[in-house]
Design a protein around this ligand. Structure first.
Ligand code: TZP
Ligand code: MG
Length: 213
């Protein structure tokens, strides 16, 4: 069994597994690499997959994450999060609102993407368990519609909310230390991890940077 999730501090690194970003490797190969590298909080993100395929992948991911004691968050889809027994769901500003999601998710974790101070405060007020905040830096992984938010805005968000902050967008091994130092509890990374030749090694190097702080 995985641990009860809501009350736990997020680990410093939040990996996002996106089947479109695996550079030709199978999703399960990449998943195993992430877990071998030491990821303890993983989001499954599948923007274009039919629901049945997404659920099947989510179930495989759930089984493997559980065996590594890694918490699992499903992006966008409350229904798939519940059906695969994930630890939580991650919602964007356009997804099912928190109030309705909470009724369905009960005590499971709900994260909300935010891009501005007002959104961050609002997410905390309505009961999000953590906020995503970004894009921190320029990224080509997602067309966010927002300019880079930067470290100064992250510091201000840190002062304004008490729930955990997961910073996202353009974060790499080269700049992740600044993200933690600016007050993020965790750094969410897609391309710098999924694009690495040796994913487990990349994760170990990033975690070692955090250990050295
Ligand atoms: N939300 C804001 S930026 C982003 C998402 C999903 C993409 C992050 O990807 P990368 O490759 O770590 O910049
Ligand atoms: Mg979303």
């Amino acid at each position: 069994m995985s641990q009860p999730s809501r009350r736990l501090e997020p680990p410093p690194l939040y990996a996002i597994l996106d089947p479109e970003q695996t550079k030709g490797r199978t999703t399960e190969t990449v998943l195993r690499e992430l877990l071998e590298g030491g990821i303890k909080l993983l989001q499954l993100r599948a923007k274009v997959m039919p629901a049945g395929d997404f659920l099947q992948l989510a179930r495989v991911t759930r089984r493997l994450t559980r065996s590594y004691d890694c918490r699992l968050i499903v992006n966008d889809r409350v229904d798939i999060a519940l059906a695969c027994e994930a630890d939580g769901v991650h919602l964007g500003q356009e997804d099912l609102p928190l109030h309705a999601s909470r009724k369905l998710m009960g005590d499971k974790m709900i994260g909300v993407s935010t891009h501005a101070m007002e959104q961050a405060k609002e997410a905390e007020d309505v009961g999000a368990d953590y906020i995503g905040f970004g894009p921190m830096f320029g990224t080509t992984t997602k067309a966010t519609g927002y300019s880079a938010r930067g470290l100064e805005m992250l510091r201000r968000i840190r002062e304004a909310v008490t729930i955990p902050i997961v910073a996202i967008g353009g974060i790499t091994e080269a700049n992740v230390v600044e993200i933690w130092q600016a007050g993020a509890d965790s750094a969410a990374i897609i391309s710098d991890i999924l694009g690495a030749d040796d994913i487990a090694d990349k994760i170990k190097r990033i975690l070692a940077l955090q250990q050295a702080l």
